[in-house]
Design a protein around this ligand. Structure first.
Ligand code: URP
Ligand code: ZN
Ligand code: ZN
Length: 471
């Protein structure tokens, strides 16, 4: 074999299965050798004393997704993937979202145009199915799944996106027949509307009342219903952005009955609480308006337990980037509006991996292998990208993070997204990626970003290779 392009020496390599000391030999962007004392390469990096993990795969983030006006996302594929890379993520999977009345194919074509030549890291697409017409169900979706758009999200809430139970059954049937992964946003829309009307009538419209309009039982009911619908069709589903105990209990119930329920949670349910939406009527709470809303400290512990014991399959950011001080963001048309008009979602692409590494691994809450499983390997398996992505193995892409264990305070001024705030401002961490490599090339060295617009490649999704374990 020709000389290696790069050897990373003396790495403490972590995979979802184990942790071992090894050099990593890379040729043409692929890992070709693992072992000690590898031959000399054109370039060498000494990782002595440092942990090396697979690059993160953020299986749930929103970038440049068309929104109903006046809302507009602050991050596009350029700024979003730049930010992801600086936080240790090397693959993102945002959503090509069907607007009602639009064909999904048109949404996919439009989304490719938005991504083409812009991404600094690799990317795949999920679909959002908001209008499952007979043509979508019989023709478009099956064809798109065959072409590598093999995962889609369906919503049980939001007027412009939600499906009724019959429509959900139809879409799940397509997932079953054609081997796709269905992701479900589980909140009961009618309950939210009813509660919102009562809050409005009582003049309770500040951002903090967003959390009152979406209590845990709203998520619990929808989670249980989604599980029942998946059982009826006999198809696995992934319940996304699970926020706390009540939804967790439903998923545990489903798993205990042998149902194929995968689950995702996000940093906001570990590091924020409803108090971050405000203790008074300050509008600053708009920064943390997301759905489901963050809960309380006791629920954070329930989420940590679920990460540790295998209830959760994946840990994603649900990065939904809206500026705070913007007429396109949290202040529609420049105004402080009632909570129901605040665009939902918070930024988190860059902070996802460091938060979990620091508080989870170094805080002694999860093992290093569990961290790798949750942030990378299981997303690769769920979305059909494994083993090219999501592991450190011979033949896999050399997407790697070399961790620096050092004190870091999260400050928005140091982040690389285009959003004017981070909900995690001031949190003190014990680690940050000291180096991120995409297919063998350094894109972040702990201080500088070396991205290249258009270097990110589109990845076709494939058949899931993961099953829901009993927990
Ligand atoms: O509030 C949230 N989560 N916004 C992003 C869209 C979604 O539902 O994931
Ligand atoms: Zn959602
Ligand atoms: Zn989302």
């Amino acid at each position: 074999m020709d000389a290696l392009d790069l050897v990373i020496r003396h790495a403490r390599v972590a995979t979802a299965a184990d942790t071992f000391d090894s050099d990593i030999g890379i040729k043409d962007g692929v890992i070709v050798m693992l072992g000690k004392n590898l031959p000399k390469a054109t370039k060498e990096i000494d990782a002595a004393g440092r942990v090396v993990t697979p690059g993160g795969i953020d299986g749930h983030c929103h970038l440049d997704q068309p929104m109903p006006p006046p809302a507009k996302m602050a991050d596009n594929f350029d700024t979003g993937t730049r930010s992801a890379a600086c936080g240790g993520t090397t693959t993102v999977i945002p959503f090509a979202s069907q607007v009602k009345g639009q064909s999904i194919r048109a949404a996919v074509d439009d989304y490719h145009q938005r991504a083409n030549g812009q991404a600094h890291i690799d990317y795949s697409f999920h679909l959002i199915v908001s209008d499952p017409t007979p043509d979508v169900l019989q023709n478009e979706l099956p064809a798109l799944i065959r072409e590598g758009y093999s995962s889609f999200k369906i919503y049980m809430t939001y007027d412009d996106l939600k499906l009724d139970d019959g429509q959900i059954l139809d879409v799940l049937s397509v997932a079953r027949t054609h081997g796709a992964t269905a992701m479900i946003h589980a909140e009961n829309s009618d309950c939210i509307e009813w509660l919102t009307r009562r809050l409005e009538a009582a003049g309770q419209t500040a951002p903090r009342f967003h959390a009152h309009s979406r209590p845990m039982l709203v998520e619990r009911e929808a989670t249980h219903r989604a599980i029942a619908l998946s059982q009826l069709v006999d198809v696995p589903i992934l319940i996304v952005h699970v926020s706390g105990r009540e939804a967790v209990e439903q998923i545990r119930w489903g798993r205990a009955h042998g149902l194929k329920i995968l689950a995702e949670t996000c940093p906001q349910y570990l590091f924020l609480t409803a108090a971050d939406l405000g203790l008074d009527d300050s509008y600053l709470g708009a920064k943390c308006v997301c759905s489901p809303p963050p809960r309380d400290k006791a629920n954070q512990e329930v989420i940590w337990d679920g990460l540790n014991d295998g209830l959760f399959t994946v840990f994603s950011s649900d990065h939904a980037p809206f500026n705070y001080d913007s007429p396109e963001g949290k202040k529609p048309e420049g105004k402080e509006v009632d909570f129901k008009y605040i665009p939902n979602g918070i930024p988190g692409l860059e902070t996802r991996m460091p938060l979990l590494y620091s508080e989870g691994v170094l805080g002694g809450r999860i093992t290093l292998s569990k961290f790798v499983e949750l942030t990378s390997t299981n997303a690769a398996k769920t979305y059909g990208l494994h083993p090219r992505k999501g592991t450190i193995a011979i033949g896999s892409d050399a997407d790697l993070v070399i961790w620096d264990e050092r004190a870091v305070t999260i400050q928005n001024t140091n982040l690389h997204h285009a959003v004017d705030y981070t909900p995690y401002e001031g949190i003190e961490l014990k680690a940050w990626p000291g180096m991120t490599l995409l297919r063998g090339e350094v894109v972040w060295d702990g201080t500088h970003f070396y991205g290249q617009k258009g270097r990110g490649q589109f990845l076709r999704g494939g058949t899931p290779t993961i099953t829901a374990k009993r927990v």
